[in-house]
Design a protein around this ligand. Structure first.
Ligand SMILES: NC(=O)c1ccc[n+]([C@@H]2O[C@H](COP(=O)([O-])OP(=O)(O)OC[C@H]3O[C@@H](n4cnc5c(N)ncnc54)[C@H](OP(=O)(O)O)[C@@H]3O)[C@@H](O)[C@H]2O)c1
Length: 298
């Protein structure tokens, strides 16, 4: 299969870059626990198809399907040139003590079948574990070239500041539940803080699991007509047209993959971004609400 598109990158002032669109793996191989009845071959094939289509940033986590999702990613990427891929995986919030992080990274490497992780992300903040010990371990992994970069996920402004103050490496990204429908990180200032401080925003759940094509939203329809795009394409482009913002989406469906990939290569006008920002119905879910109790990604 020939790549469908060359996915452009966004670059931070510090030199770190990510493609504007990457592939998510939540619910592949199971959810928070492994699903032994899952069609693993279909998941591996979906990841391979995504890479063959031109996607080269793959997001996974130690916590997905008890590590089995990482194994699926490992199997899927086997035949590809590793240096052309950007693999993000995440350490679970219960494993943020120094020794647990080192062990968790080593287990992830084994499951992924690789000898380095491009971006190692703290999946969620854990208020019960001292962040300075956590960041020391993250720094150690970078110093040993086990990981290339350190990232965060679901961290609010205060938590990003604390993590950066405790780290000798630049924190390059913050993964946030951010889309047209969930603008909590915009409302509580996390988006602005990341933009102002050279941190890439990796917006997760960009199509809110297909919500935008499942319901009619008049204001979105208007934008779709103007650009001749589908609601999912407009929703994804709304994200990637914003400063320091890229996204990751998961699909097992080839038509969805083609649709989502065509969200890149064009840019929504600033006025239209603002129009949707101001008028699309928002569910006010702030980063502050992301607690350990909300770990289940639903
Ligand atoms: N850091 C975190 O805390 C966190 C939390 C959640 C997710 N994530 C990451 O972010 C990735 C993306 O989030 P997500 O998977 O939850 O949500 P998403 O990408 O917004 O939506 C994925 C779901 O929507 C469907 N879908 C995708 N494209 C579609 C389209 N064009 N039309 C209709 N349906 C479509 C997919 O079903 P089909 O397979 O049938 O296409 C899938 O069930 C995850 O996979 C994961 O890697 C991170």
């Amino acid at each position: 299969m020939n790549p469908l598109i060359k996915i452009p990158v966004k670059k931070l002032k510090c030199g770190f870059f990510l493609p504007v669109f990457g592939f998510g793996t939540w619910q592949m191989g199971g959810r928070e626990t492994r699903n032994y009845e899952n069609d693993d071959r279909a998941d591996i094939s979906a990841i391979k198809t995504a890479v063959e289509s031109g996607i080269y940033h793959i997001d996974t986590a130690a916590w997905y399907a008890e590590g089995h999702t990482e194994e699926l990613v490992g199997k899927a990427i086997k035949g590809f040139d590793r240096s052309g891929l950007i693999i993000t995986t995440k350490v679970a919030p219960m494993d943020l003590h120094y020794d647990d992080i080192i062990k968790s990274a080593s287990a992830s490497l084994k499951r992924l079948g690789t000898d380095y992780i491009d971006i190692y992300v703290i999946h969620n903040p854990n208020p019960y574990i001292d962040i300075s010990g956590t960041m020391k371990a993250m720094d150690f992994l970078v110093s040993r070239q086990i990981t290339r970069y350190t990232g965060l996920s679901n961290f609010n402004v205060q938590q990003v500041k604390q993590a950066q103050e405790s780290s000798s490496n630049k924190i390059v990204c913050n993964h946030l539940h951010y889309n047209l429908k969930h603008r909590g990180p915009l409302n509580d200032g996390t988006i602005k803080y990341c933009q102002d401080n050279d941190v890439m925003i990796v917006a997760w759940r960009p199509v809110q699991k297909g919500l935008f094509s499942g319901q009619e939203f008049e204001i979105l329809e208007k934008i779709c007509r103007k650009y001749n795009k589908t609601p999912n394409q407009a929703a994804i482009n709304w994200l990637i047209s914003q400063d320091n913002t890229v996204t990751i989406s998961k699909t097992r469906n080839l038509n969805h993959l083609k649709e989502n990939i065509s969200s890149v290569g064009w840019k929504m006008d600033k006025d239209d971004i603002d129009l949707l920002m101001e008028n699309f119905p928002d569910t006010t879910d702030t980063v502050e609400n992301t607690t350990l109790a909300k770990l289940i990604e639903s």
